[in-house]
Design a protein around this ligand. Structure first.
Ligand code: SF4
Length: 248
C-alpha cells in the first residue's frame, strides 16, 4: 500500500541523515553572516559567495554598524565574485537600512517579531525574494519556516510528490503540511536537499549512488523507475531472443 506523504518525507529525510549525518547549517560564524550569505547566494555557486564573505571579513565589514555605515561603492568591489555584485551591494544596503530603521540593528529584536509579520516586512525589501527571506528567517532568526529551492522541486518532482510546475508557495505548503513544525528538522532537511541536489540528483542524476533509493519499495522514485525500468530485463530479453533464433 502506498504511504502517505508525511511518512514518505520523514523516511526520505532519515535516509539522507543516515547517509550524510547532520549538515550543521547554515555555514557561517555569525547570524549577520547568514543574512549576508543568503543575499549573496542568489544565482551563484556557494564557492563564489565564500570568496565575497572572506573579503567582507578581511575588511571588517561583517559587523552590523560598519556595514550599515558603508556605502554601496565600497561594498560592491568586495563581493565581485558573487556576480551581479552592484545589485547585490544595493540589496545588502537595503537590508541594513531596514534593519536599523525597524530594529535599531538588533538581531534579537528582529527575531522576536511575529514570524509572518517579519516575513512580509522582509519581502518588501527591494531585491529580496522568498528563498532569501525564508533562509534569513530559518537560519538567522530561528523561525519555523521551511526553505525550498530549485533542488527541492527537482528531487521531489522526480519522486512524484510535487508537480514539476509547482511554484515556491506550492512547494513550501507541501512541506509545511506534511512535516511536524520542527525548526531543527526544517534546518537540516533543507541542507540535506541542497547537498543531494549538488552531489547526486543533478540535471543528469547519479541514481546508482542515491541514498534515498535505499529507503524501501514503498517510496519509489518515478524518474528512476521510468529511466531504469529495462536495465535488469534487457539481458533476459536478449537471451530469449537468441534462444528463439536457435529454434529454427
Ligand atoms: S533516484 Fe535518481 S532521480 Fe531519484 S532522487 Fe535519487 S538521484 Fe534523483
Amino acid at each position: 500500500m502506498d504511504q502517505p506523504s508525511n511518512k514518505k518525507l520523514l523516511k526520505i529525510y532519515q535516509s539522507l541523515f543516515s547517509e550524510y549525518g547532520s549538515r550543521y547549517w547554515w555555514p557561517a560564524d555569525s547570524r549577520l553572516e547568514v543574512i549576508i550569505g543568503a543575499i549573496l547566494a542568489q544565482n551563484v555557486a556557494w564557492k563564489n559567495v565564500e570568496i565575497a564573505i572572506g573579503n567582507l571579513k578581511t575588511e571588517g565589514l561583517l559587523n552590523s554598524e560598519k556595514l550599515y555605515r558603508s556605502d554601496v561603492g565600497s561594498i560592491a568591489p568586495l563581493i565581485r565574485s558573487s556576480r551581479f555584485y552592484n545589485q547585490k551591494a544595493i540589496k545588502i544596503k537595503n537590508f541594513m537600512d531596514f534593519f536599523y530603521n525597524d530594529y535599531n540593528g538588533n538581531l534579537e529584536k528582529m527575531s522576536q517579531e511575529e514570524t509572518l509579520l517579519l516575513r512580509n516586512k522582509l519581502l518588501k525589501i527591494k531585491g529580496l525574494g522568498e528563498e532569501t527571506v525564508d533562509s534569513i528567517l530559518l537560519y538567522a532568526c530561528n523561525k519555523p519556516i521551511f526553505v525550498v529551492d530549485a533542488y527541492t522541486k527537482r528531487i521531489f518532482s522526480r519522486y512524484g510528490l510535487v508537480e514539476e510546475i509547482a511554484n515556491y508557495s506550492d512547494l513550501q505548503f507541501f512541506f509545511t503540511k506534511n512535516l511536524p513544525q520542527d525548526i531543527a528538522l526544517y534546518n537540516d532537511f533543507h541542507a540535506q536537499i541542497v547537498h543531494l541536489g549538488n552531489l547526486i540528483c543533478k540535471k543528469h542524476p547519479e541514481c546508482g549512488n542515491c541514498p534515498i533509493r535505499k529507503v524501501g519499495k514503498n517510496i519509489l522514485c518515478q524518474y528512476y523507475s521510468i529511466n531504469h525500468a529495462f536495465e535488469g530485463k534487457s539481458s533476459t530479453i536478449k537471451l530469449r531472443a537468441s534462444r528463439e533464433d536457435c529454434v529454427t
